[in-house]
Design a protein around this ligand. Structure first.
Ligand SMILES: Nc1ncnc2c1ncn2[C@@H]1O[C@H](COP(=O)(O)OP(=O)(O)OP(=O)(O)O)[C@@H](O)[C@H]1O
Ligand SMILES: [Mg+2]
Length: 204
């Protein structure tokens, strides 16, 4: 079983959104589960709107994450995605410590870039490899290239970005992901989700 943790200090950087779109892409090829480790319960609420039971969404805390993980492994889960809470809450290191790879979603904006050192200190304390996923990228925004250059000096950056696309947010409202929309509605977002998941598999 491979464990991917979505982690960032900054609220709204896209941890839950990325978890869902990557998780659904993963579930199309592997037995996949997602742990909702954020008390806001975004993944749990999404799963409640969803018709399909796959990927399973299970609540977890820093106190029980290792037991929940062991149960998922015993059930044959191949890919496990952990959606972490924002801000450096107590137990953040424990959550990140179970990951084989930590994915840090980051918007190429001043507040997100400035908040990075706090997240990186937790990941480094846990001693885990990490990569960046650039999210909410606006078309034709020259600041993206400068942000990516800064990120690349720290850790690998996924070459596919999640652009700011309505399909990423709209699909969640009906318990779906962009890959489950038709081509017209979800096309570009779905392709980004598939590409990001494939790249993450290369890194695992
Ligand atoms: N690529 C994207 N395109 C369009 N909307 C997006 C994208 N990524 C995230 N969003 C929207 O941005 C908002 C914040 O995203 P999300 O909830 O995934 O962030 P988060 O990091 O999980 O936040 P929190 O730290 O509060 O848990 C949501 O309304 C989501 O629908
Ligand atoms: Mg979230």
């Amino acid at each position: 079983m491979k464990v991917i943790a979505m982690f960032s200090q900054k609220g709204g950087s896209g941890k839950s959104t990325a978890s869902i779109h990557i998780g659904v892409s993963a579930a199309q090829r592997y037995k996949t589960a997602m742990l909702d480790a954020d008390r806001q319960g975004t993944l749990t609420a999404w799963a409640e709107c969803r018709e399909s039971p796959e990927p399973a969404v299970v609540p977890a805390t820093s106190a029980n994450i290792r037991e929940v993980l062991a149960a998922a492994k015993a059930e044959g889960v191949e890919i496990l995605i952990v959606d972490c809470p924002p801000h450096i809450v107590a137990g953040a290191v424990e959550l990140v410590s179970v990951a084989d790879l930590v994915v840090v979603p980051v918007q190429p904006t001043f507040p997100d870039m400035k908040a990075l050192p706090q997240a990186l200190s937790v990941i480094q304390a846990a001693g885990k490899p990490f990569v960046f996923l650039v999210n909410l990228v606006k078309q034709k925004a020259p600041e993206t290239a400068a942000a990516v250059e800064t990120l690349q000096a720290v850790a690998p950056v996924c070459p596919t970005y999640f652009h700011d696309r309505r399909a990423f947010s709209r699909s969640l409202m009906s318990g779906r992901a962009a890959t489950e929309f038709n081509k017209k509605e979800g096309g570009a977002a779905a392709e980004e989700a598939r590409q990001v998941f494939s790249w993450l598999m290369e890194k695992l």
